[in-house]
Design a protein around this ligand. Structure first.
Ligand code: TYM
Length: 376
C-alpha cells in the first residue's frame, strides 16, 4: 500500500528516506548530530537513535547561535481531544532544546484549525480540550519566563494584520496542491495555513520548529514567502512518528482508540493496553521463542523503549540482546515497558496538579511581553 503523510492523516507504511526526498528536507548528518549532542543534557538519544532524523536549515540555526545572533523555538498542538504519548514526545524534545539553548518558545494552540477541520465538534468541546491540553503542556516544565502558550481564537487580535499579509501571499492553487483541499473543504480551513505560519514571524530571528514530519507542508510554504515579507525562512527539525500500539509503522493517532496510551490512562489501563495490543516481535510459542528469539524491529514495546522510555544505551543494548537471543520473553519485555510508562505518567499527573498554568499564558515574562505586542 502506498503511504500518505499529511498534517491530518498518515496512512500505510512510512518510508522516511523517501519522505526526505519527497519533501525536499535533509537528513541530520553526523556533524549536526554531534553539535546537538554536545549541547543537550536531556533527551540526546532522540537524536543519537535517529528519532529526530530530518531538518531544514538546522545547520544555519546552530551557526546563528554560535555567532550570537540567536534563534527562537515554535511548536504547537491542535486541541482535537485529550493528548496521547505521541503528542508529548515532540513537546518534551522541544523542552530539552529550550534548556540546551536557553531560547524563547512559542506554543500555538490551534483551536481554529480543530473546530474548522471536523464538523462534528462543538466549540464548547474545543474550548475544553484547549484548557486540558494547555495544562498538560505547561506541566512539561518549560521555562515560564521564556515560553508563551496561546490560543489562536484569543490571540488573533494581536496578529491579524500579519495573518492578512501572509494569506495574501498564498494562492488557493498553492494551498490545494500542498494540502489537498477540495470543493468540500470549509473556507475557514483554506485560510488556516496563514495562522500556522505567522508564529514563525514572532521575532526577527530565525525560527526553529520541532515537530513530527507531518507538519512540514506548512514550512514549505513559509519558506517560499518569508523573505518577501521581510522575515527569515523558518528552520525545522522533524521526528518520525511515535508508533501506535498496534504496529511499528504508521502513527499513534487520536482517531484509532486502541492505538494510543493517553496521558490520563491509569496504571491498570496501561498494563491492560500494552499486554493486549502492543504488537510483539516474539514467537508463537515459548519453545520457539527460546530457540529463535524475538525480532526487535517490529516489536512495539522495544521501539517505545528505544525512542523514549529507556534512555540508558547500555541497558537498551542488554534488553535487545536478551530479547533477540530468546532469553527474554515478550511478557517480560512488556513488563519493563509497563513500568516505565506508568512511572512517566504518574510523574506527569503530579506535575499537572501542581503547575501554574497562568505563568505560560499571562504572567511569565515572555507572555506579558506578547500581550503588549501588536504585529503589523
Ligand atoms: P497535532 O495536535 O496533530 O500534533 C501535535 C504535535 O505532535 C506531533 N505528533 C506526533 N509526533 C510523533 N508521533 C505521533 N504519533 C504524533 N502525532 C502527532 C505533531 O507533528 C505535532 O508536532 N496543526 C498542528 C498544531 C500546530 C503545530 C504548530 C505543530 C500549530 N503550529 C507548529 C507543530 C509545530 C496539529 O494539529 O498538531
Amino acid at each position: 500500500m502506498n503511504s500518505k503523510v499529511t498534517p491530518w492523516e498518515v496512512q500505510g507504511e512510512v518510508d522516511y528516506d523517501k519522505l526526505i526526498q519527497e519533501f525536499g528536507t535533509k537528513k541530520i548528518d553526523k556533524t549536526l548530530k554531534e553539535k546537538l549532542l554536545n549541547k543537550m543534557k536531556e533527551g540526546p538519544n532522540m537524536i543519537s537513535r535517529d528519532f529526530f532524523f530530518s531538518h531544514r536549515d538546522l545547520d544555519i540555526v546552530l551557526k546563528d547561535h554560535t555567532e550570537g545572533k540567536g534563534f527562537f523555538l515554535y511548536t504547537g498542538r491542535g486541541p482535537s481531544g485529550q493528548m496521547h504519548l505521541g503528542h508529548v514526545i515532540p513537546l518534551l524534545f522541544t523542552k530539552y532544546l529550550q534548556d540546551a539553548f536557553d531560547v524563547n518558545l512559542y506554543i500555538q494552540i490551534t483551536d481554529d484549525e480543530k473546530f474548522l477541520y471536523n464538523r462534528e465538534r462543538t466549540w464548547n468541546e474545543i474550548k475544553k480540550n484547549s484548557e486540558d491540553n494547555i495544562r498538560n503542556i505547561a506541566a512539561l516544565g518549560f521555562n515560564p519566563n521564556k515560553t508563551f502558550i496561546f490560543r489562536d481564537s484569543e490571540y488573533i487580535k494581536n496578529i491579524y494584520p500579519l495573518i492578512l499579509k501572509t494569506a495574501r501571499k498564498i494562492t488557493f492553487s498553492t494551498a490545494k496542491a500542498v494540502f489537498g483541499f477540495t470543493n468540500e473543504t470549509s473556507i475557514g480551513m483554506i485560510n488556516y495555513p496563514a495562522s500556522q505560519i505567522v508564529p514563525t514571524f514572532f521575532e526577527k530571528k530565525r525560527c526553529l520548529i520541532p515537530s513530527a514530519i507531518d507538519q512540514d507542508p506548512y514550512w514549505r510554504i513559509q519558506r517560499d514567502i518569508a523573505e518577501t515579507l521581510g522575515y527569515y525562512k523558518t528552520a525545522a527539525i522533524h521526528s518520525k512518528f511515535f508508533p501506535p500500539l498496534t504496529g511499528v509503522s504508521g502513527k499513534m493517532s487520536s482517531s484509532i482508540k486502541e492505538s494510543a496510551v493517553w496521558l490520563t490512562d491509569d496504571e491498570k489501563t496501561v498494563k491492560k493496553k500494552i499486554n493486549k495490543y502492543a504488537f510483539s516481535g516474539g514467537k508463537e510459542t515459548v519453545e520457539e521463542h527460546r530457540k529463535k528469539g524475538g525480532e526487535v524491529s517490529v516489536d512495539v514495546s522495544f521501539q517505545w523503549l528505544d525512542i523514549f522510555f529507556e534512555p540508558d544505551d547500555k541497558r537498551l543494548k542488554e534488553i535487545k540482546e536478551e530479547y533477540t537471543s530468546g532469553s527474554m520473553l515478550t511478557g517480560e519485555l512488556k513488563e519493563i515497558l509497563i513500568g516505565k510508562v506508568n512511572t512517566f505518567l504518574e510523574k506527569h499527573r503530579e506535575a499537572v496538579e501542581k503547575v501554574d498554568v497562568e505563568a505560560y499564558l499571562y504572567k511569565g515574562k515572555l507572555a506579558k511581553e506578547m500581550w503588549d505586542k501588536n504585529y503589523e
